[in-house]
Ligand binder design. Structure first.
Ligand code: PNW
Length: 486
């Protein structure tokens, strides 16, 4: 614990939640066990050439089988909460509103929740962390078909509230609707692998589909939040919200008003796209309408009313900061960033931060603090940080050096320090911090190569042996100090 954090002792509220976040497809394994249906990520990974290291999430970290051991490890890490996602196709294998429920799937999540509660750990549950049932993709095009999809998602959510809501009090509908749609439908590098780029994807339209899918996510989230509030909240007394991704954007040249405007526009395209409809206006940012025109869907008055105010909190995932330069050419038809250029250094040549093992991610704790302030100022709802973390270069084996993960420790000291300073010095209302992530896992199209865990996993071993890294101990000590005792 460094001296700076020592000064921030007791800064966080006594009911502050801290722990680790995970996602079903990245950790569970048991991809077709006990009646689980296929998800679009199973389908994607079983298509040759899609995943960087050719791997699949068939076994992943085997957390479907090792949940008791994992909860014990979480407890030893000192967490007060654990965020995980439910696999829709484990609960309803074919996904649809009229399709049968898989009792074995429900039983698994029910046991996990019980195990957490028995160990004093509060579950935060995400309904959708990108693993759409493959059957719905095939039946009607998944989230491209708002009309067909919405009742299926609402019924899935109903089953979860009915079966787990007596014990789960913190619900998140979608994880990062923006990354789901941008990576899956604009770049085409994530499932369901659609884009305008025919060298990569057989079908898709990057200029329209991302906005269609984003709209489906927002509206179906709105219906689920309304149902929870009307039918479940009065008796179950929980809360419901949506988690949005977003990095910070700084002007490349702070003296150039065009770069200042470009950085603001970048924030509106990345964050305001989802956050303005939910937390502010019930509509998309004006800067997006100006650039995208009719390619951006319009909310009906009913949809707008449904979506506005539909999240009890601001669910925030953030990892890094970019320098942003304005462009002098008109926006490309496939632009989703606000016609800006993202830069690795600013005008003075200052790099955005130390390099991790993930190309887009650099350590930028100051930008994180500025982003917390930007969100708090613009939206004014309590912030629950639901993901934040890093990879580190050279983590290939559980050696003494690798398990002493100084790079990750310094990342967390910087970012958690920013959380405490944002609370103490800036007055931002922050209620949780979930580090990404508990163990190394299957990092989507990057496969097993990008290790974000505070626990090293030996993926070669049959039992996926777990080795705690030093960052797990450091985070425990930091939160013991920072969280107030009364
Ligand atoms: C998140 N970006 O995705 C996801 O919620 C996790 O499942 C994932 O493992 C984790 O972050 C690490 O990648 C993101 O480019 C993917 O800014 C990309 C970005 C942000 C978040």
């Amino acid at each position: 614990m460094n001296a700076q954090l020592e000064d921030l002792k007791g800064t966080l509220r006594s009911d502050f939640y801290w722990g680790y976040a995970t996602a079903a497809a990245q950790i569970e394994g048991g991809w077709n066990a006990d009646g689980k249906g296929e998800s679009i990520w199973d389908h994607f990974a079983h298509t040759p050439g899609k995943v960087k290291d050719g791997s699949t999430p068939d076994d992943a970290v085997l957390s479907y089988y090792k949940y008791k051991e994992d909860v014990a490890l979480l407890k030893s890490y000192g967490v007060t909460a654990y965020r995980f996602s439910l696999s829709w196709s484990r609960i309803i294998p074919l996904g649809g509103a009229a399709d049968p429920v898989n009792e074995a799937g429900i039983a698994y999540y029910s046991s996990l929740v019980d195990e957490l509660l028995a160990n004093g750990i509060t579950p935060f549950v995400t309904l959708f962390h990108w693993d759409t049932p493959q059957a719905l993709e095939e039946r009607y095009g998944g989230l491209l078909n708002q009309e067909a999809y919405t009742p299926d998602f609402v019924r899935y959510a109903r089953v979860c509230f009915e079966r787990l809501g007596d014990r789960v009090k913190h619900w998140i509908t979608y994880n990062e609707p923006g990354v789901y749609t941008l990576a899956g439908y604009a770049a085409g590098v994530h499932a369901p692998a659609r884009s305008s780029f025919r060298d990569r994807n057989a079908e898709g339209d990057s200029s329209t589909e991302p906005f269609t899918v984003g709209h489906t996510e927002l509206v179906s989230h709105g219906y689920v939040a309304k149902m929870y509030r009307e039918e479940f909240k009065p008796s179950q007394k929980g809360m419901i919200g949506i988690t949005l991704h977003g990095n910070f954007s700084e002007p490349w040249d702070v003296e150039d008003p065009l770069d200042v405007a470009a950085a603001q526009r970048a924030l509106e395209f990345e964050i305001g796209w989802f956050a303005d409809p939910v937390h502010k206006t019930g509509d998309y940012p004006a800067s997006m309408r100006a650039q995208l025109g009719d390619r951006l869907p319009r909310f009906t008055p009913e949809e707008s009313a449904l979506v506005k105010g539909s999240s009890d909190f601001y669910g925030m995932n953030s990892y890094t900061t970019f320098y942003v330069k304005h462009k002098t050419t008109p926006p490309d038809i496939n632009d989703h960033k606000g016609n800006i250029e993202q830069c690795e250094t600013n005008k003075q040549g200052v790099p955005r931060g130390p390099v991790s093992d993930t190309y887009w991610l650099r350590t930028c704790p100051e930008g994180f603090r500025k982003l917390l302030n930007w969100i708090w100022t613009r939206y004014g709802v309590p912030i629950y940080i639901t993901e934040n973390g890093t990879t580190a270069k050279g983590e290939t084996e559980p050696s003494k050096e690798v398990l002493n993960d100084t790079f990750r420790v310094e990342f967390f000291e910087g970012y958690v320090g920013s959380v405490a300073k944002a609370v103490k010095e800036d007055g931002v209302d922050i209620r949780s911090y979930f580090a990404w992530t508990f163990t190394d896992n299957w990092e989507w199209q990057a496969g097993y190569s990008d290790r974000f865990g505070v626990t090293f996993i030996d993926f070669e071993s049959k039992e996926k042996t777990r080795y705690p890294k030093r960052s797990a101990t450091v985070l425990k000590e930091m939160f013991q100090k920072l969280i107030s005792e009364k």
